[in-house]
Design a protein around this ligand. Structure first.
Ligand code: ATP
Length: 760
């Protein structure tokens, strides 16, 4: 980029009809570059000039309004009526006292609402979305609000798109635009310019803020941010549904209504008998008001809100960000946790541990950028190793940076491990990538379990492919033995599968690598007739601290089930190491064994409900397993990270997304986000959920029993000793002093230590 000083000044923004621009036109008009993007200084200037990428969200209620709203309640109206009656009967002291009480009551409500609001605001701040942007040729992850006009963003499956953008590159990119256009199928994207009158749903060269990438990847130039986006024009979608009533709110409202009806009934009887008996009007009115005040559980809604909001803040501090208030309740009653493996049960610190070639197997480690062969040096497989390293480098979307910045590694941990392997030799990964420029990509998906890339090479074109051994081996025709290539025969296939099984039994995550060279290949269909070069066993150590959490869940009557896309033996090995199943357990159900949901027999259902490890499952099967557990009467909490997990996260009673490695789509679909991705945090969150629920139960029982006894006392005294009945003011004082504060103490208590020792 040159002459960037005044660039922002010359840009016409907002841009209408970016879809009509050719790629070159959009680059020129936004003064950006399809490879380098803009630079950091320029982005800051544009942020200043065009604003940050944030919605002018609906204004929060002002402090004054919150205060004034405390007076908007039937009980306050009643009290004011009581004060007026007192004034009418010239009881000035009583009138003044009532007004003071109204004020104090409002101040307490006001203070509590501020507490709840600051808890909610603190929670919101934790839920920041990041985007991948290319600035000055380098890929960075930045908060989406800092995305600027003209920024070049990299989009891949699972990303929520941060702004409207004109695509400059698309590798089988497909976006879910249902929130914008109503189209339920993913829309395939390309980079061709379109006529002006193209409908929104047909603007295939554009991506839109708030929609998400379902498949493939691509790059787009940001043409609209914040309100100047298609989503920004649809106000209803902008505000999130944070303020919808929770089941708890609804139950509390229903309870309050019942209490009011009881009082009205009592008041009516009391008034009628009073009139018949010829009691004084002032006495009848005062006692009626006293009854109403007695029945109204003033503290209930506000204490409930404070208890939930405070509980959520505590949970957030313990790494579980709760997005929906109601999930706290559900979480406490969870009876089954369906969890994935990588990162949740393992550390997600993946590194290359075993190299397996047709003629030898080697244990390796990387120490300070040097590849160390642990037991024997490589002999017969040098060429296989070079090919494997080349494929691992090229068939790779991760980035490693050498600067001292905080985030040095961006991308899939497996691919990061492959780049580290590549960097142990010369030329390093970056130089290799430059040598073999990429022409096309068939992205990885959990369904195909394979990723492939097509590159220019000195002898024509090169295909690099990696994926699960079972799936990739089916795409191979040849096998490399040192410098010679032979046809892959069934015996060799079997031997490879057997070897991968052995590695999986050691708990390794195994990937196979293959390639082919030729003059030219179709850009969307090159994953066939490949040449197999070898496998890598990646070590991803189990999180051993999980053992205690698993025991604690078991004691709490919660069943834990692992559902993974990985190899059954890898899954079983990890399950044993963390104590999910015992040492002799062999039962694993794989995706291939699992019958379709509509042909499921009772025996299969029983088997599924009794199994603790599911492997090689597809995202669809994950959803089905959740469904089976739910239909058997369980409250199901489910973890997920990928774009394909989103439906299951929505379907589960509590969807838990991974904060570190989870895609934004998964985070949006989930009701809880785990900041550290760890299973231990799930177990802690369940315990917290139970405590909060217990607290709520305690204070509801406390407040309602207080109200009922007050109704009883006022009614009995009203009939038997009208002169000595409690006055509205006294009741209100009782409610405030003896009710709200103790209830609050019950509501935010730490709970007892035995919450996780009972069944949900
Ligand atoms: P987990 O439960 O362990 O998180 P998952 O359900 O997310 O696993 P996937 O990530 O879909 O599983 O991986 C399934 C299989 O696909 C892996 O076992 C591996 O063989 C293969 N695989 C994973 N990542 C890649 C990748 N980046 N490129 C190619 N193949 C991959």
């Amino acid at each position: 980029m040159t002459n960037q000083k005044n660039q922002a000044m010359n840009i016409k923004y907002p841009i209408d009809d970016a879809h009509t621009f050719s790629v070159e036109e959009i680059l020129t008009s936004l003064q950006t570059d399809a490879k380098l993007g803009i630079n950091h200084a320029e982005s800051e200037k544009r942020n200043t000039e065009f604003g940050l990428n944030v919605y002018q969200s609906k204004k929060q209620k002002s402090i004054w309004l919150i205060f004034l709203l405390q007076f908007k309640s039937p009980i306050v109206y009643l009290l004011i009526f009581g004060a007026v009656v007192s004034l009418y009967f010239k009881d000035y002291l009583e009138a003044l006292s009532i007004l003071v009480v109204i004020l104090v009551n409002a101040l307490i409500g006001f203070w509590m609402e501020l507490q709840a609001r600051s808890s909610m605001n603190a929670l919101k701040k934790m839920d920041i979305i990041h985007s991948k942007v290319i600035r000055n040729g380098k890929t960075l992850e930045i908060a989406s609000e800092k995305i600027a006009i003209g920024d070049l963003v990299f989009l891949e499956a699972g990303d929520v798109i941060p702004g409207d953008g004109r695509l400059v590159n698309s590798n089988q990119l497909q976006c879910d635009e249902s929130s914008l256009t109503g189209e339920s199928l993913p829309t395939p994207k390309n980079t061709e310019a379109l006529p002006k009158d193209t409908q929104l749903g047909d603007r295939l060269n554009m991506v839109f803020k708030g929609t998400s990438v379902m498949n493939g990847n691509g790059k787009a130039i940001i043409t609209g941010i914040a309100q100047n986006t298609q989503l920004g024009t649809i106000n209803t979608l902008v505000e999130n549904a944070e303020e919808t009533a929770t089941p708890l709110d609804k139950k509390i409202t229903a309870l309050s209504k019942k209490l009011i009806w009881i009082t009205l009934f009592m008041t009516a009887i009391f008034a009628i008998t009073g009139i018949i008996q010829g009691k004084k009007a002032v006495l009848i009115i005062e006692t009626s008001i006293a009854l109403a005040v007695a029945a109204f559980p003033e503290g209930l809604p506000i204490v409930a809100t404070v208890a939930l909001a405070y509980g959520m803040l505590l949970m957030a501090k313990r790494n579980a960000i709760v997005k929906k208030l109601s999930s706290v309740e559900t979480l406490g009653s969870t009876s089954v946790i369906l969890t994935d493996k990588t990162g949740t049960l393992t550390e997600n610190k993946i590194y290359v541990e075993t190299l397996h070639f047709p003629e030898e197997q080697l244990k390796v480690s990387i120490d300070n950028n040097t590849l160390v062969f642990e037991n024997a040096q490589i002999e017969k497989s040098k060429e296989n190793f070079e090919k494997l390293r080349l494929v691992g480098t090229l068939c790779n979307n991760a980035h490693l940076k050498n600067t001292e910045e905080k985030k040095k590694e961006i991308g899939d941990p497996i691919e990061i491990a492959l780049l580290k392997l590549a960097n142990t030799a010369e030329p390093n990964a970056l130089e290799v990538k430059k040598q073999f420029s990429r022409l096309a990509e068939i992205p990885f998906s959990s369904e195909t379990k394979i990723m492939g890339t097509l590159h220019k090479s000195t002898v024509g074109q090169l295909v690099a492919a990696k994926g699960s051994v079972e799936d990739l081996i089916e795409k191979c025709k040849g096998i490399q033995y040192g410098s010679s290539i032979q046809t892959l025969n069934p015996t060799e296939k079997k031997a490879i599968l057997l070897a991968s099984e052995e590695m999986a039994k050691d708990g390794l995550r195994v990937l196979a690598f293959a390639y082919k060279v030729g003059d030219e290949f179709a850009h969307d269909n090159f994953l066939n007739d490949l040449i197999y070069v070898g496998m890598i066993g990646f070590l991803d150590p189990p999180r051993l601290d999980i053992k205690a959490a698993i025991v604690s869940c078991r004691n709490a009557g919660i069943k834990i089930v692992m559902i993974t896309g990985d190899h059954p033996q890898t899954a079983l090995n990890i399950a044993k190491k963390i104590g999910l199943v015992d040492e002799n357990e062999q039962a694993v159900i794989t995706g291939k064994d699992l019958p379709a949901l509509d042909s499921l027999t009772a025996a299969w259902k029983k088997k599924i409900l009794e199994t603790a490890v599911f492997a090689r499952t597809t995202p669809k099967q994950k959803l089905e397993i959740a469904d089976i557990f739910q239909k058997a009467g369980n409250i199901v909490a489910m973890t997920g990270d990928g774009v394909n997990d989103a439906p299951a996260l929505k379907k589960a009673d509590v969807g838990i997304a991974m904060g570190l490695r989870g895609t934004q789509v998964a985070k949006e679909a989930a009701s809880i986000i785990l900041k550290d991705d760890s299973f231990t945090s799930i177990a802690e969150a369940v315990a917290h959920g139970r405590t909060i629920f217990q607290n709520i139960q305690k204070f509801v029982i406390y407040l309602v029993s207080c109200n009922l006894s007050e109704i009883f006392i006022v009614t009995v005294l009203g009939f038997m000793a009208p002169a000595s009945t409690l006055l509205p003011l006294q009741i209100l004082f009782l409610n405030m002093v003896t009710d709200v504060f103790p209830a609050l103490a019950l509501g935010v208590g730490n709970g007892d230590n035995t919450v996780m020792e009972k069944s949900p």
